[in-house]
Write a protein of this length. Structure first.
Length: 354
């Protein structure tokens, strides 16, 4: 079957020059195809993060940024008219250039507000009939863009990630504490002993692609809320939860040789994530996986891994359905940690009182 090839040419004041766009499926290709869809993360009526496919095997293809720029010519500071692109691609091995970029309704906004951008190449063989989505996350300390399977959310090839430093993890966000909560668990009795709580060890990069709690939500190398400060923040909430439960007579922070019990932990997953469920709605999740080791008198008496996922439609979610991305992620991460730590205290009670 012959195909009619149309080369789209866009000349816009918003772009530096006229650009020629090729069809995402070459005219000479007659085999099976897959679909790759762009995605967006809206923040407000005049700002969103866009994640899109810009090239296939080195040839530029039309995308959501191009379409949205064209749709908003002369729109000023009015709400963005989104033009979301989904296109077919050959079901053969190819190289895809993907981009994540902050987009504002008016150029003047980009001059006075942060604009984050990350781009790179991924290579994989699209499966015929499947749909893939360009996803990402943009922020001050970390930006990433990737392609994932729409159904399984499996990341294809690898994530393109950009950090403030090429060798260092993101800096912790200052002056942000994990939102406090009132502990609902009180121990059956208080042990006449103290417990020392070590600052958790952050090993999230080692478990970034591992699914958590039997779901298809997985961890991350670093979260964009607390960055490298997550382990310290978790440690403080852990000490607070143990003190509120009154299981031990005294809770100490850090290595204390005089303590009868000693609690060590690893942070294997602690982050928030979002997935688009419709054109304007998203599903958010708080994700945590913590591994604990309890010692008494220098001898390990218990170890276990506690994993939880709380979504914004879960009963455990205590936040609003109408909030900012950072607001939702902060609350979801606090809620999932609250649920996990409540389970931890129950486990410790069973171990120490038996």
């Amino acid at each position: 079957m012959k195909r009619i090839t149309v080369l789209a040419v866009l000349c816009s004041a918003s772009l530096s020059a006229c650009v020629t766009y090729s069809p995402s499926v070459p005219a000479t290709y007659t085999g099976p195809v897959a679909q790759i869809s762009d995605s967006v993360m809206p923040y407000e009526a005049t700002k969103m993060d866009m994640f899109y496919l810009s090239e296939v095997d080195g040839k530029k293809v039309t995308n959501s940024l191009v379409g949205t720029i064209r749709a908003n010519q002369g729109n000023g500071l009015n709400p963005i008219k989104l033009s979301l692109t989904k296109r077919p691609v050959p079901a053969i091995a190819a190289e895809f250039k993907i981009v994540g970029r902050t987009y504002y309704a008016a150029p003047i906004q980009a001059m006075t507000n942060p604009v984050y951008e990350v781009e790179g190449l991924v290579r994989f063989i699209p499966e015929a009939g499947k749909t893939y989505v360009v996803k990402g996350d943009l922020g001050k300390n970390y930006s990433g863009v990737w392609i994932e399977d729409e159904q399984t959310h499996q990341v294809l090839d690898h994530k393109i990630e950009l950090r403030r430093s090429a060798v260092a993890a993101p800096e912790p966000v200052k002056n942000i504490a994990i939102p406090a909560w009132k502990s609902q668990f009180v121990a059956k009795q208080t042990l006449p002993f103290s417990i020392a709580v070590d600052t958790p060890v952050d090993v999230r990069p080692n478990y970034a692609t591992v699914d958590v709690a039997g779901t298809n939500w997985h961890g991350c190398k670093y979260d964009t809320i607390w960055g490298t400060g997550a382990a310290l923040a978790i440690g403080k909430r852990l000490s607070s939860e143990l003190a509120g439960a009154k299981l031990f007579q005294q809770v100490l922070e850090g290595s204390q040789s005089q303590a009868e019990f000693h609690l060590k932990s690893e942070v294997r997953a602690f982050c928030g994530d979002t997935r688009r469920t419709s054109f304007i709605t998203y599903r958010g999740a708080g994700i945590v996986s913590l591994h604990f080791s309890l010692e008494r008198g220098g001898k390990e008496i218990w170890q276990g891994t506690l994993e939880k996922v709380v979504t914004d439609d879960s009963a455990e979610y205590s936040g609003s359905q109408f909030t900012t991305k950072d607001g939702a992620m902060t609350q979801l991460m606090a809620d999932v940690l609250r649920v996990a730590l409540a389970d931890l205290v129950l486990q410790l009670q069973q171990v120490t009182l038996r």
